[in-house]
Design a protein around this ligand. Structure first.
Ligand code: A3P
Length: 380
């Protein structure tokens, strides 16, 4: 009887332990299931953030990364306005993948680049295939902003001044200032002082004799006034334009050593470029037409670069407040964007007699320029 009761009590003890163990087990299974379900949901959410990588969203990805970078470097040059309505001929000197240091840089470590690398794609920096070499104050920024709407064009955000100021730093340094590109994209850079700097044509030729050159030109008298307006905006006590453009206080002798006047003798600088490059590698864009009909000029540029005509009239609208064409960043007319305040300034009044005298001065040089380019720009 005694043995029987002990056996019974031990049996009841073990069935209680069994019940407790069972409850613990069920709780553990429940928590582990919930945890895994959360984990899976979070992974699937992250995957949905990255759409499948097609060639076109790959380009958008690169464009987005560069826009962010360029916008920070160009803060002074352009601004958003919301208040109103060929294949990649990588330079022969271009070296292969970016240095290991670049791969670990903060930009390259960004999720977008990690994603590209996971897809086996290696965006890399290349020396430019195309340069906007000038001419200062003719619409070079507008040209760059317009052409870089094209998904196959990637451009350095700010003027690099490699061939005129930083040549001693070498091509590796220059390449490091270029944006990342994938196969098929053109790398572009704009520094308007290249056009007038003596050593630049040979240096560009040395980098890559196949470099394509874009040159925006504008009536040299208006260009000189624009150049002067820019200088005067930085210097409060600047003399009047008429005092600087002529020698001896009369309008008889033009001061050809004064920068704003000198740069307008386009033929003189062009002759140097033609010693190194055939005319077929140069495209001249009319600064006047770039304002009147930007889509037309951008069409010519796309043809010259062997690009599909993606940037069209749908990308432009005339902004009455600014008095200039502004652009939509996409065909869907999203994000209206005008060039910054330093582009499209009001010019001071200049004595018409001074203007007439300057026109007379430039006429023979303009004719020479028309002859060299085979284009009559019809400047007055
Ligand atoms: P102004 O500011 O004297 O009017 P660059 O970019 O080479 O410095 O040239 C500046 C000039 O680009 C401006 O000179 C302006 O006339 C011209 N330009 C052409 N298209 C423009 C645009 N869409 N918006 C603003 N300026 C434009």
């Amino acid at each position: 009887m005694f043995v029987m009761s002990i056996w019974c009590s031990s049996l009841s003890l073990s069935s209680r332990s069994l019940a407790i163990a069972l409850v613990v087990c069920i709780t553990l299974v429940y928590f582990s299931y919930s945890f895994n379900a959360c984990l899976l949901a979070s992974i699937s959410r992250s995957l949905q953030q990255y759409p499948p990588l097609t060639q076109s969203n790959l380009r958008n990805l690169l464009a987005l990364t560069s826009t962010a970078r360029n916008e920070s470097s160009e803060a002074g040059n352009s601004s958003s306005s919301t208040n109103t309505s060929s294949t990649n001929a990588s330079s022969s000197v271009s070296t292969s993948a970016p240095p290991a240091q670049a791969v670990t840089s903060s930009l390259d470590g960004a999720p977008k680049y990690q994603l590209l690398r996971q897809q086996g794609l290696r965006p890399s920096r290349h020396l430019p295939d195309t340069l906007i070499i000038g001419v200062k104050k003719s619409g070079t920024r507008a040209l760059l902003e317009f052409i870089r709407l094209h998904p196959d064009v990637r451009a350095a955000g700010s003027e690099v001044h490699f061939f005129d100021r930083h040549y001693q730093r070498g091509l590796r340094w220059y390449r490091h200032h270029m944006p990342y590109t994938i196969e098929g994209q053109i790398t572009m850079e704009k520094t308007p002082s290249y056009f007038v700097t003596k050593e630049v044509p040979q240096r560009v030729y040395h980098m890559n004799p196949a470099t394509k050159l874009l040159i925006v030109v504008r009536d040299p008298v208006t260009r000189a006034i624009s150049d002067y307006t820019q200088a005067a905006s930085k210097k409060a006590d600047m003399k009047r334009f008429e005092q600087l453009a002529f020698i001896n206080g009369s309008y008889s002798v033009v001061d050809t050593n004064w920068g704003p006047v000198k740069i307008g003798v386009y033929a003189r600088y062009l002759e140097r470029w033609l010693l190194c490059f055939p005319l077929s590698q140069l495209l001249f864009i009319s600064g006047e037409r770039l304002i009147m009909d930007p889509a037309y000029e951008i069409g010519r540029v796309q043809d010259f670069l062997g690009l599909k005509r993606v940037v069209t009239e749908k990308h432009f609208y005339f902004n009455a407040t600014k008095g200039f064409p502004c652009l939509f960043k996409s065909e869907a007319r999203s994000t209206p964007h005008c060039l910054g305040k330093t582009k499209g300034r009001n010019h001071p009044h200049i004595d018409p007699a001074a203007i007439e005298r300057l026109r007379e001065f430039y006429r023979p040089f303009n004719n020479k320029f028309y002859q060299l380019t085979g284009i009559n720009f019809a400047w007055p």
